[in-house]
Design a protein around this ligand. Structure first.
Ligand code: ZN
Length: 725
């Protein structure tokens, strides 16, 4: 048995206390299989329900062998204990070809909890309040439980629940097993190799961290990274009470205050790193899960605030201020104020606005910020309900103060009186004067500020804002950018289409170079912050730096109806290219050096055709696929896209394509009708599959291929004057 397959996208299982990891994720971020011996019994937990499925076991010889050994071992431990044929029991025994002489019993797994038995049950079935205690006593008395769990999948299906509500966690954390959020990558072959190295227990992980903090040498960095990663995951998964009881980090932390402070002192400079700052990394995680949401009066400043979002000068004016906020737009509405770290701020509004759905928020940064080096706490933004005339708010790290306006909010404006916050650089297009900005506003003491129009909001570090001379010109340009994209296709509601489009540069960007989450701001790296306030760069796409910014906004305009599988990173660039054309004056042929010249694209297309037009390749290479879209644009203009998108939006609900093949068919048919040409041969050349019915439905139109197209599979015609042989 060399490795286990990935079944779906497994999530990390954690070995706590005396539990051992039997198969680790290759990067040490949790386990694929954990064993926990408690009392006279044992629990074995897999990282995904698929490991207990008949098909995956039958189809994968290594998994079959692993499972065969597990059931044989379970049987051998106490050969009088029967396998319970409920849950996944029947499937697993059948798939591994278990010895028919082994005892089995047919009953519900819950009915077997009073006896000594072998249960094979996915942990998502542990839904009854009594399951945890009964399973625990079942195991302690000598029972064997083979189970599985998957936190990320469960969290997606159970909105509003937290990871400690996961049925597997509720039942198994006291048996030293936890299912953590996130996924675990396989190796190069997309498998989890069974390593020959020692299988650490949860307690070994804590021990390894203690040893490195004592300055002990000779612990390899892989070991320390894995131990630290798993312990951070545990802090994120366990309740604060469980963490105290099971991980017992308090003693370790208390004895290392100097080391932790030294780590925080260099956090701004170089971030917190596993080999150097393991305890400060744990302290951040612990603080984020146990103390970040403390009642405002109990909040004190966290030492990471100096690194992010920065410390407000002690002498900055914190006196009472009245602010009037335009609430005709929903969502986060900037107050122009900044809450200093660990300081109590009082926000007062009128009685009739109490419990009207308004909320207050400190901070704008929502990236989960997990990957070291850590440059801020994993949580730096918190929200408060407004259920009294005066609401007290505070944040351990501080941040921009927002009023969060619900979607259906009647008043056009709200007046707040705020005490304890400081002014911050804030420019509102059409309201703030450029002169006032230059003279004073940009020098306000808050460490982050905001530029906004009705279309756009840019959250920006104040030191950069102080270099910006003309926010008006910048915001007018951004308005044109937002309008340009919206003129092709409106922003989707899950791209917060009813409010300002918002960009937030973050020292942590967990997905790619930048990303566009649904329901949250566009997240860009700190290195791009100087670009998105640089009107000259944006207006010219100098050095190509505008591409990424336009691209992320484009994601919010993509419509699923015409974004079939494989085009998520393709149709988005219709918006990128359109913006670069309309705003920067660079038509698609010039947008990205000369990738999209007609000749180059024909060249690429010929090579693709010569390779047999593999659709798999087309789907996995966004810039290859994009050329097909650009060829249509160069032949028929952006108008073709605008019109087709509009026709999609007019489709009645029951005609909207949802299946992948219907989406491809409809895209070809709609675009063909729009341009009055049969694009079937063009789709065929690019290898995008469509049905023969779809082809037949546009057969009345004349065929279309790009100008100067010649098929590489057809021999070129003989040159004039040559003699046929
Ligand atoms: Zn993208």
């Amino acid at each position: 048995m060399a490795s286990l397959p990935l079944t779906g996208a497994p999530g990390p299982v954690l070995a706590l206390g005396s539990a051992r990891s039997l198969i680790d994720a290759p990067d040490g971020s949790g386990s694929v299989l954990v064993q926990s011996d408690v009392g006279k019994g044992t629990v074995l937990a897999f990282a995904h329900g698929g490991y207990l499925s008949r098909d995956s076991i039958k189809n994968d010889p290594d998994l079959r062998e692993c499972m065969r050994r597990i059931v044989a071992w379970a049987h051998a431990r106490d050969n009088a204990a029967p396998f319970v044929l409920d849950g996944a029991g029947t499937a697993v025994l059948d798939a591994v070809g278990a010895d028919p002489a082994w005892p089995t019993v047919k009953k519900s797994w819950r009915d077997a909890l009073d006896e000594k038995a072998i249960l094979i049950v996915d942990s998502h079935q542990f839904t009854k309040a009594t399951d945890a205690a009964q399973l625990r006593s079942f195991v302690e008395r000598g029972g064997t439980l083979i189970t599985s769990g998957l936190a990320w999948g469960w969290l997606q299906l159970n909105e509003g629940k937290t990871i400690s509500d996961h049925p597997g966690n509720r039942a198994l954390i006291d048996l030293n097993i936890a299912f953590a959020d996130g996924t675990i990558d396989g190796d190069r072959n997309n498998r989890y190799p069974v390593s020959s190295r020692e299988h650490p227990t949860g307690a070994d992980d804590i021990d390894a961290i203690m040893r490195i903090t004592r300055g002990e040498k000779g612990i390899n960095s892989e070991r320390i990274n894995g131990a630290l990663e798993r312990t951070r995951l545990a802090l994120r998964t366990l309740t604060p009470e469980q963490s105290r009881r099971i991980l017992n980090l308090e003693e370790l932390m208390a004895g290392s205050a100097d080391a932790i402070n030294a780590s925080f002192a260099r956090m701004k400079e170089s971030g917190l790193r596993p080999g150097r700052d393991p305890l400060a990394m744990l302290a951040c995680e612990q603080f984020a899960s146990a103390s970040f949401e403390l009642p405002p009066r109990e909040v004190t400043a966290h030492p990471s605030a100096a690194a992010f979002p920065g410390i407000v000068a002690a002498d900055a004016d914190r006196s009472e201020r009245a602010v009037e906020i335009d609430t005709t737009l929903p969502g986060w509405r900037a107050t122009g104020l900044f809450v200093p770290a660990g300081e109590l701020v009082r926000v007062t509004l009128s009685q009739e606005l109490v419990a009207s759905g308004l909320r207050l928020q400190i901070g704008a940064h929502l990236d989960p910020a997990l990957r070291p080096p850590l440059r801020r706490l994993p949580k730096v933004t918190r929200e408060f309900t407004v259920d009294a005339v005066t609401t007290e708010v505070a944040s351990a790290v501080g941040g921009l103060l927002y009023l969060v306006v619900p979607a259906e909010f009647a008043p056009d404006s709200v007046r707040l009186t705020v005490t304890g916050a400081v002014q911050t650089p804030h420019f509102v297009l059409g309201k703030t004067s450029v002169q006032a900005w230059r003279d004073s506003i940009r020098n306000a003491p808050g460490t982050w500020g905001e530029l906004e129009s009705r279309e756009i909001a840019l959250t920006v570090p104040s030191d950069l804002l102080r270099t910006l001379d003309d926010p008006q010109q910048l915001l007018e340009l951004w308005d044109r950018i937002v309008h340009a994209q919206g003129s092709l296709e409106p922003r989707r509601l899950n791209g917060l289409g009813d409010r300002q489009a918002r960009y937030v540069p973050d020292p942590h960007v967990s997905w790619g170079y930048m990303y566009a989450p649904a329901h949250r701001p566009l997240t860009i790296p700190m290195s791009a912050a100087k670009n998105f306030i640089d009107a000259k760069m944006l207006a010219t796409n100098a050095d190509g730096d505008a591409w990424g910014l336009f691209h992320e906004l484009g994601h919010w305009h993509q419509n699923d109806m015409w974004t079939f599988d494989g085009t998520g990173e393709v149709t988005v660039n219709i918006f990128t290219l359109y913006t670069i054309d309309k705003i920067c004056g660079l038509p698609s042929a010039k947008a990205r050096e000369d990738v999209f010249t007609p000749e180059k694209m024909l060249d690429t297309m010929r090579k693709h055709v010569a390779q047999g037009s593999p659709f798999g390749k087309w789907k996995s290479d966004p810039f290859l696929a994009l050329k097909m879209y650009v060829q249509i644009e160069q032949a028929f203009g952006w108008e073709a896209y605008r019109e087709v998108f509009a026709k999609y939006r007019e489709l009645p609900e029951n005609q909207r394509p949802s299946r992948d093949e219907d989406q491809r068919d409809m895209w070809m048919v709609m675009m063909s009708r729009q341009v009055g040409r049969d694009l079937g041969p063009f789709f065929e050349a690019w290898g995008v599959p469509v049905t023969s019915e779809a082809r037949a439905s546009i057969a009345d139109l004349p065929d279309w291929m790009p100008d100067n197209w010649s098929d590489p599979r057809v021999a070129p015609p003989a040159p004039p004057g040559s003699q046929p042989k």
